[in-house]
Design a protein around this ligand. Structure first.
Ligand code: SAH
Ligand code: SF4
Length: 334
């Protein structure tokens, strides 16, 4: 099986395609970035090269496309037959965001998340991460932002995710500024420290869900290993280096984490930190016992947040119909 040409250095492209000159590899790479993977269409290559070259530039294939409102979800088959999903989100105007997966499934097993029910099948290769972006761009709009909020825990596949980010950032390739790339983690503390050490202006989001240690440990196993006190220390240290606002993803679960006390604990967790709380009313997953809070419950909670001067936003549940909303990604087809 071919290795993906996406993510290869110029020297590696030269070797894979048996090219003699670096400029030829550069032409190939420029075309790949534009989504052109067929050598016969790479018009700046010599006719000889166009006819000679044969290599599957991409290792993945879109097998299903679902659309609802402005959200598009793609199911993508990997070379070993496993299937992942990625989503293109739109703000309704001209801003498009790619929501990428970092793993097939996820080892974390958070009780409210569909991906967690799959377990971890395997990590994605850098090329497989980049190819998701390419497939999403081929939908026809320029994508300006990337969030690692698809399947998997990106900090558990650190090296591959960072390699992919280097390529997606590279001004000679996809040219997405670090500031427009968000890594979302369930709170894998050693990974947050490693990220801090890189000193890159990437954005960090944390799936907090609740600022109560007992409640968090009950529904997020990671909290049993890295409790809130350690998570907070890691976040403050990240912020100290990057000086960037952190997003705390707060998946709202009816009757579980939406009370006055929950707001107060959240306030306490956020003290000394510049953070925005992003409220995500739970998106239904079949077979799970949680429920989506009612509008009244959501409003009561946001009123408490307001009283405590907590900055928050509410994420509209785009893509629910196609199971493309947060926490609804899992591959049924294998
Ligand atoms: N593993 C990383 C990246 C995935 S992001 C992480 O957990 O941060 C997926 C986001 O969707 C997380 O913020 C998670 O809290 C949220 N989420 C998971 N299941 C959900 C559901 N059923 N409804 C709403 N949000 C959910
Ligand atoms: Fe994995 Fe994130 Fe889902 Fe938890 S919320 S199971 S860490 S993808």
């Amino acid at each position: 099986m071919n290795r993906s040409l996406y993510g290869m250095k110029l020297e590696e492209i030269m070797e894979a395609l048996k090219l003699e000159k670096k400029f030829q590899a550069r032409i190939v790479r420029d075309n790949l970035v534009k989504g052109v993977t067929d050598f016969s269409e790479m018009t700046s290559l010599s006719k000889k090269d166009r006819e000679r070259l044969s290599y599957d530039a991409m290792t993945t294939k879109v097998i299903e496309r679902q659309e609802s409102e402005s959200t598009v979800k793609l199911a993508i088959r990997l070379s070993d037959g496993l299937v992942i999903e990625c989503v293109r989100l739109s703000d309704g105007r001209d801003r498009f965001t790619a929501c990428l997966s970092s793993q097939v499934g996820c080892a974390m097993g958070c009780a409210f998340c569909k991906t967690g029910t799959m377990g971890l099948r395997r990590n994605l290769e850098p090329g497989e991460i980049i190819e998701q972006f390419v497939h999403l761009e081929k939908l026809g709009e320029e994508i300006s932002h990337i969030v690692f909020m698809g399947m998997g825990e990106p900090l558990n596949n650190f090296t591959a995710v960072m390699e992919a980010i280097q390529v997606l950032h590279d001004p000679e390739q996809f040219n997405i500024s670090y500031r427009k790339i968000t890594i979302s983690t369930s709170g894998f503390v050693p990974g947050i420290h490693k990220l801090t050490e890189l000193e890159l202006p990437l954005k960090l989001a944390v799936s907090l869900v609740t600022a109560d240690d007992n409640k968090r440990s009950r529904i997020m196993r990671i909290n049993r290993t890295y409790p809130l006190s350690e998570l907070k220390k890691a976040l403050i240290s990240f912020q100290h280096h990057e000086n960037k606002r952190i997003t705390l993803e707060y998946c709202m679960l009816k009757g579980y984490n939406t009370g006055k006390e929950d707001a107060e604990k959240l306030r306490k967790f956020m003290s000394g930190m510049d953070a925005l709380v992003n409220l995500i009313p739970w998106n239904p997953v079949e077979g799970m016992e949680f429920e989506t809070p009612t509008d009244v419950e959501i409003r009561a909670f946001t009123n408490e947040l307001k009283k405590l001067n907590i900055n928050y936003s509410i994420r509209r549940e785009k893509g629910r119909v196609i199971s493309g909303a947060c926490g609804q990604l899992a591959s049924k087809i294998e």
